[in-house]
Structure formats: structure tokens, C-alpha cells
Design a protein around this ligand. Structure first.
Ligand code: SPQ
Length: 430
């Protein structure tokens, strides 16, 4: 367990920064590159621990993947050439690896065992294993197949018509990937739109997928072709610096080459609604993913209500938004975010616990939080609880605290942002 002593900075954040590649897109680039035939090259890949788990999973199935820092080369041979691994597959902390991989393993004529770390072993897998079982896979594990470790006996799948019971891109993607390996056309309906990187990337690899209103259809048996993918910067990582700049007076910061996929930009909408001085420039679209830059200056902020359709577009940013709200005027309410309880930690409980320790008046509700603004943050010894997004939130809070913050379990930040602290140092005005 690594402990980090964080001294208050009380300085503006300035300059420009390119954050590491998007985690969701990096995972999917490895997955589709491994299913496709031909060479795939990935640049600006996120070399965080979660995405390295996805690489290791496909290497265990015989795929040739070479990773040198942020560049990855895959020599894909197609789905038929994937092999049965001779060891259990370790998924670490990565929910995305678990749920998306399950979709593929379900359609392969082999046996697999999957396991993860303590946090992942508590997260529900039945949201994916139930529809996959309906398609023909045999999946079992603790609590009747709800929890890891899981054993998967894959094979011939039949298509299904499925409506996602939870607002989850991982559930949608797991079923769509199984649909790619199934016979016939699989239809997935989602009542609230979630991130659509799986759909975009399938098209980039030469596949076909259609969307009509909230129904997505995919035909099984498609052949995918290797391609080049440039991963945009991760807006979920950028969010920590955007909030840091918004609450550190005198700041003027630009995040360049960042992903601006509309299914992910809830943080921009909320910052604007709260009165942040923010400017977004859309520059291009690569592989169906919008990219651009976001500039932000510190300003006074006002409370808001965050609820409904925006929630999946901001779900991973809600911990840092809670900190933002503590520096606004008035009471901010977050609702409809019960999915927060199923992340690396129960993020309602862990945000309430850590921000309370730092001097914030905050209350957890069944599906969200109520945060009172105008807090003076105080020094404390606080634990990330092994959750990378909680760890980074604590680090941002320390910038404006009135005394030293000790962050316990700081190493988990490497799950999504290995160079977080050195990037933060680059933008603190000296
Ligand atoms: O991969 P993991 O551990 O689930 O990561 C998280 C995160 O904070 O980085 C969630 F804990 O992001 C998920 C996100 O919350 C990544 C993701 C994806 O790539 O499809 C989708 C979201 O999860 P879900 O359950 O809503 O589908």
C-alpha cells in the first residue's frame, strides 16, 4: 500500500496538457484488433493497468500483441484462430474487461475461468451472464453465477432480442459482442443512451451495425479487418484537471486532443451549468469519435441538479463533480445515479466518506448525493479505498485544502492514469 503526502498548492493551473488515451476506447481497440484479420496499430493507447489486463487476456488466447508504451501492434488472425487458454484469466480491477470479454468467450467452443481482484469480485456479472446464458453459453460462479470467479463453457450461440435492464454500456457491449459471434441478428434496446464506442469501433473495423431509435442490431458471422486506431484523450481523466482548474483561482488551462463523443460529455454540460468559464473547440472526428480541446478558467460556481438522461454521460465523473459542488454556492443534488453503487467501490458511500473527512457537508441518498457548497477543505488522512477515481478526487481536493492531505492506497490511480501526479505537476504554475 503506497501512501502519498499531498501538500496544499493554492496556485493556479496553467498551460496545456494532453491526457492519456481513453480507457473505454483502448479496451475496445484491443478487443476488435484481436477479433479482426490483419494488422491493427493503436496509437495513444492507455497503458493503464485495466487495459493491460485486456491485452493479457487476448495474449492468453494466442493473439500476437506487442505493446510498447502507448503504441500497440496486433497481428490479428480472426475469431476462428482464438485458442483455449491453459490458465485462468486474471482481470485485475477491470469491469470493462470482465463484461466485454464474457460476450466473446460465450461464443467460443472452449472452457474459461475468469477471476479478478477483491473489488471486481464484488461487482455483479449476472447483468451480462443472464443474457449470454439465454444465447446458449454455460456460465457459473459464486452466488449462482453472479460473482467472479466465473467458469464459462462457450459454444454455438443463438441471437436474442434484449432490453438492457440497467443503464450500462458494458452490458450492451457484452451482448453485442456475443451477437457478433451468434447465428442471426441480435437486437439490443437501451432506454437511456450509454457510451457508444463499441458501435463506433465495429464500424471502424469494417463491420456493420445499425441503430434505429433506441434499438441496436448486429448480424452474427461478420469478418472484421485490421485497421489503425488513434485513441483520443480520455475525457474522464481530463475531468480531474478541468475541475482542479475551475476551483483553483487564477487558472487558465487547455486540454488538447480529448475525446468529445456526445455520450461522454456530461461533464462539459455540468461545468457550464454551474457557471464555469469554459470553451470547447471541436477539431475532427477519427474512427467515429469526435475530438477537440477544452479550455477552462477559474470562476465562481453555482449549485445545480444532475439527474435523468445525463447520468450515463457523466457517471465516472460524479466523484469529482461532488468535489466541484463543494466549492459552488448552494446545494447540489445528484439523482438517478444508483449505478454508482456498482463501480470499483460503492461510489456514493466512498465519496461521502472521503469528502466528509475533508470537511465537506455531504449526504448520500439511495441514488445519489446532496452536497452543500462553500466548504473550506481541511487536511486529513484519507484512503482511496482502492478506487482510482476516488484517489484522483482526493488529490485534486488537496490542492485547495488548508493543510496537508495524506492519501492512502495511492497506487490504484495507475488503473486509469499511471502518470497522473507528473501531469498534475506540469500544469501547476511555478
Ligand atoms: O472498467 P470499469 O472498472 O467498470 O471502469 C469504470 C471507471 O470508472 O473507469 C467504472 F467503474 O468505467 C466504466 C463505466 O462506468 C467503463 C465503461 C465502458 O468502457 O464500457 C462503461 C461504464 O460502466 P457501465 O457499467 O455503466 O457500463
Amino acid at each position: 500500500m503506497s501512501e502519498k503526502v499531498l501538500h496544499p498548492v493554492h496556485k493556479p493551473l496553467q498551460g496545456s496538457l494532453r491526457v492519456p488515451g481513453d480507457k473505454s476506447i483502448s479496451h475496445r481497440a484491443i478487443i476488435f484488433g484481436s477479433l479482426a484479420k490483419g494488422k491493427t496499430t493503436i496509437s495513444h493507447f492507455l497503458d493503464g493497468e485495466d487495459c493491460l489486463r485486456t491485452i493479457a487476456a487476448f495474449q492468453a488466447m494466442g493473439v500476437s500483441i506487442e505493446q510498447k508504451g502507448r503504441t500497440v501492434t496486433i497481428e490479428g488472425k480472426g475469431i476462428e484462430e482464438l485458442k483455449e487458454p491453459n490458465q485462468p484469466i486474471y482481470l485485475g480491477n477491470s469491469g470493462t474487461t470482465a463484461r466485454l470479454l464474457l460476450g466473446i468467450l460465450a461464443g467460443l467452443p472452449y472452457h474459461f475461468t475468469l477471476y479478478g481482484d477483491d473489488s471486481l469480485s464484488k461487482r455483479p456479472m449476472d447483468r451480462v451472464s443472464i443474457p449470454l446464458t439465454e444465447m446458449g453459453a454455460k456460465i457459473d460462479g459464486r452466488q449462482r453465477g453472479k460473482l467472479l470467479p466465473l467458469s464459462v463453457r462457450g459454444g454455438k450461440l443463438k441471437s436474442i432480442v434484449f432490453e438492457t435492464p440497467v443503464k450500462s454500456a458494458q452490458v450492451k457491449s457484452g451482448v453485442l459482442l456475443a451477437g457478433l459471434l451468434a447465428e442471426g441478428i441480435t437486437e439490443v434496446t437501451e432506454r437511456t443512451t450509454t457510451r457508444d464506442h463499441t458501435e463506433n469501433m465495429l464500424l471502424a473495423f469494417g463491420g456493420e451495425i445499425t441503430k434505429q431509435q433506441d434499438k441496436i442490431s448486429i448480424e452474427g458471422g461478420q469478418q472484421l479487418k485490421g485497421t489503425s486506431i488513434e485513441v483520443p484523450g480520455d475525457i474522464s481523466s481530463a475531468a480531474f484537471f478541468l475541475v482542479a482548474a475551475a476551483i483553483s483561482s487564477g487558472s487558465d488551462l487547455t486540454i488538447t486532443n480529448v475525446g468529445l463523443n456526445p455520450t461522454r460529455t456530461g461533464i462539459i454540460d455540468v461545468l457550464k451549468k454551474m457557471g464555469a468559464d469554459l470553451d470547447v473547440v471541436w477539431s475532427q472526428s477519427v474512427g467515429g469519435e469526435a475530438i477537440g480541446s477544452i479550455s477552462i478558467k477559474s470562476s465562481s460556481l453555482k449549485a445545480t441538479v444532475i439527474e435523468g438522461e445525463i447520468i450515463p454521460r457523466i457517471i465516472d465523473e460524479l466523484p469529482i463533480v461532488a468535489l466541484l459542488a463543494s466549492q459552488a454556492e448552494g446545494q447540489t443534488i445528484i439523482r438517478d445515479a444508483e449505478e454508482l453503487r456498482h463501480k470499483e467501490t460503492d461510489r456514493i458511500a466512498s465519496v461521502v466518506k472521503t469528502l466528509t473527512a475533508l470537511g465537506v457537508e455531504i449526504e448520500g441518498t439511495n441514488d445519489g448525493m446532496i452536497i452543500t457548497g462553500g466548504a473550506t477543505l481541511k487536511g486529513a488522512c484519507v484512503d482511496s479505498l482502492g478506487d482510482h477515481r476516488i484517489g484522483m478526487m482526493i488529490a485534486v481536493a488537496s490542492l485547495i485544502a488548508n493543510s496537508q492531505v495524506t492519501l492512502q492506497n495511492a497506487e490504484c490511480i495507475a488503473v486509469s492514469y499511471p502518470n497522473f501526479f507528473s501531469d498534475l505537476e506540469k500544469i501547476i504554475k511555478t
